[in-house]
Design a protein around this ligand. Structure first.
Ligand code: SAM
Length: 240
C-alpha cells in the first residue's frame, strides 16, 4: 500500500531515546545547544537488528523524527493555529507552522544530532533536546549537500539565543563532578550548557530568594538568580 493509505495510528516507534532529561523544564530548546547532552537511541522490535544500521557508521549526524509524547495533543475540532514561542518572550503569537512548538498537529518533532557511535542496536548521540523515553519514529542520515543551506535565513530565530552566565557554589560543583564520575557523564558541562540557556520563562523576574530545580538523570539540580545577575548553581544531589 502507498503511504496515503496508512492511517496515522499505524505509526509505530522504531526506537526509544534514553536521555538525561527527566522533565521538560531546562531541556535545550533545540539540538546542538548542549553538546554535553548525550543520549542512547535504542532500536525497538522489529527493527532491533544491527542490520538496520549497516552503513550508518559513515555518517556524522542523523535526523531523529520523534513524537512529542508529553505534549498536549491538538484537538482537530479546535485546532491551535497560533502559538507563543518562548523565544519571543511568550508575548507574541505566531502561526503554528512558523514555529517549532511542541504543541502542534500530529505532535512530530525533528532534531539533527551528532552520531558518536553505533553499537549493536544502540546509537550513541549528543546534542539532544529530547525528553527521556521519547519515542523515535524514524532515523535518517544527515545529508550535508542537501540539508545545510548556507544562504538560509530565519527572521524569527536568526541565531542561537543569548546565554546567561552560570556560576557554582564550590560544594555544588564538587558534587556535580562526583556524580559525573558515577554516571560516566560530564554533569558539570551539562548543567552549565543547559542553565546557560536560562530555562525560566522569559517574562519572569526572578526573586533572588526563589529556588529553581530540575532533574537530570537521578540528580536534582538547584539554582537561583542572584542579584548580581546570571545563574548560581546551589546544589547537585541525588534522591528526592
Ligand atoms: N528540535 C525539535 C523540533 O524542532 O521539532 C524540538 C524542538 S522543541 C521547541 C524542544 C523542546 O521540546 C524541549 O525544550 C522540551 O521542552 C520539549 N520536549 C522534548 N522532548 C519532548 C517530548 N518527548 N514530549 C514533549 N515535549 C518534549
Amino acid at each position: 500500500a502507498i503511504n496515503s493509505a496508512i492511517s496515522p495510528t499505524s505509526v509505530q516507534p522504531v526506537a526509544i531515546a534514553h536521555t538525561p532529561f527527566a522533565e521538560k523544564f531546562a531541556i535545550p530548546r533545540q539540538p546542538q545547544l548542549a553538546t554535553a547532552a548525550r543520549a542512547v537511541i535504542e532500536l525497538l522490535p522489529p527493527y532491533n537488528q544491527p542490520e538496520a544500521l549497516v552503513g550508518l557508521e559513515q555518517v556524522s549526524h542523523i535526523w531523529l523524527l520523534f513524537q512529542f509524547h508529553q505534549a498536549p495533543a491538538d484537538d482537530p475540532a479546535a485546532p491551535r493555529l497560533r502559538v507563543r514561542p518562548p523565544r519571543l518572550g511568550g508575548n507574541e503569537k505566531l502561526g503554528v507552522f512558523a514555529t517549532r512548538s511542541t504543541h502542534r498537529p500530529n505532535g512530530i518533532g525533528q532534531s539533527v544530532v551528532k552520531l558518536e557511535k553505533v553499537e549493536g542496536t544502540r546509537l550513541w548521540v549528543s546534542g539532544v533536546d529530547l525528553l527521556d523515553g521519547t519515542p523515535i519514529l524514524d532515523i535518517k542520515p544527515y545529508v550535508p549537500y542537501a540539508d545545510s543551506i548556507s544562504a538560509a535565513h530565519n527572521g524569527i530565530a536568526s541565531e542561537a539565543p543569548a546565554t546567561v552566565s552560570v556560576r557554582w557554589q564550590a560544594e555544588a560543583r564538587a558534587d556535580a563532578q562526583l556524580q559525573g564520575q558515577r554516571l560516566g557523564e560530564d554533569v558539570v558541562a551539562l548543567v552549565e550548557q543547559c542553565l546557560a540557556q536560562d530555562p525560566k520563562p522569559a517574562y519572569q523576574q526572578p526573586d533572588p530568594e526563589r529556588r529553581y530545580g530540575v532533574r537530570f538523570w537521578d540528580l536534582n539540580v538547584v539554582w537561583h538568580y542572584p542579584q548580581s545577575g546570571g545563574i548560581c548553581v546551589l546544589a547537585v544531589e541525588t534522591g528526592g
